[in-house]
Design a protein around this ligand. Sequence first.
Ligand code: AMP
Ligand code: GLY
Length: 423
Amino acid sequence: MENNVILIGSGAREHAIALALKKSGANIISILDKKNPGIIRLSSKVIFKQSLDTDFSWIKNVKADLAVIGPEKPLSLGYADTLETYGIPVVGPYKKPAQIETSKIFARKLMEQYNIPGNPIFFVCENENEVRHALKELNFEAAIKPDGLTGGKGVKITGDHFQDIEQAVDYAMQLIKKDGAVIIEQKLKGTEFTAQAFTDGREIYIMPLVKDYKRAYDNDQGPNTGSMGAISFPDQQLPYISNETLEKTIDIMKKAVQAVKRETGEPYKGIIYGQFMQTINGPFLIEFNARFGDPEAMNVLSLLKTPFIEVAKQITNKTLKKPSFENKATFCLYVVPEGYPENPVKNQPIMIDHEKISQIKNVTLFYGSVNQQDNQILTTSSRTLAILTTAPTLLEARNTAYEAARYIHGKIRFRKDIGKEFL
Ligand code: AMP
Ligand code: GLY
């Protein structure tokens, strides 16, 4: 078999998927909505689309054995369903099972209905009375969330984003106007962590745990972003997560995969991502994603020892076996445009001293949202590139990532404190 693989998506996560596919011998046909130079370099064929929409006319021009879907948007549009009607098996859930990410109300109700542990108290509200009731019941310690996809930017939290009840009610009412309903849930307190797993719908295998840094500025200040960095440890666990918490986390994810199948009648296959809060009462689910995290994909795929193409085939054949990962630390540092995320400076050239960076051990650069123009790489309004390092210890991985960052120039910035609390 030739291993021709369609890869959908054009960010740093997809660049990491492309590298893992390429390393395991795949020919990549990439479907891009941005000209990611890293993915283009690894691809045998590139199909450029203005957006990842439901125009599938490109399928007629490709012969593929398999497809991997990176981002949530194509999952929400039913890419997995459509590609399979063309005979191409897909790593990524169908549209209905993907609701575990695309509808927060679906995910919370599923957990409630199937008695899955780790569900915070939540209310689905459709009018002002219900909103006021929910906020009162939660003692104004609440997270207000839109139902659908928002790129990580729609969640607002009392204390952080709202100083009084009226501001919270106003925001909830805006969301109700837009979507017809809003979800108001208990504000969870603790430390967040990411658990990702491969599943073929029957077996589910957890990947190394990752800590993601979402806030824009050092010391977790400023607004939430897509992420500013992420770390993992050589034992594939996190120092603040006990074995008991890990077991509970795996149990929640397993039960969710089973529940989705029972609820929608369709198997959940691909990657399942759980964002958790480690609280004094154990792990609570913040949200599920139906895909790899960005940047968490870079952390775990850099450690994956089993060829990714094998894992992908096992997922689509329903023969998934436990994949193995290296016992190394990983460190991901996102370089973003100055002013990101509020007022990012776009279309600015970035200069990367590849020669100097290649002299540093175990560093990989993954391009995020950039444009290429006349041999120049330009920033966009989103994250520019990720520096990913692996090493025997977190300290070494961290040092080499920050060393590499010195050789990237332009109107860019990055957080200086990623992983600092563990040194
Ligand atoms: P989400 O888009 O659901 O990942 O939410 C974005 C961020 O909001 C999360 O990473 C958390 O930091 C925060 N968040 C979401 N839900 C809650 C919650 N129930 N309690 C506390 N923080 C939350
Ligand atoms: N790192 C968070 C996400 O991918 O949603």
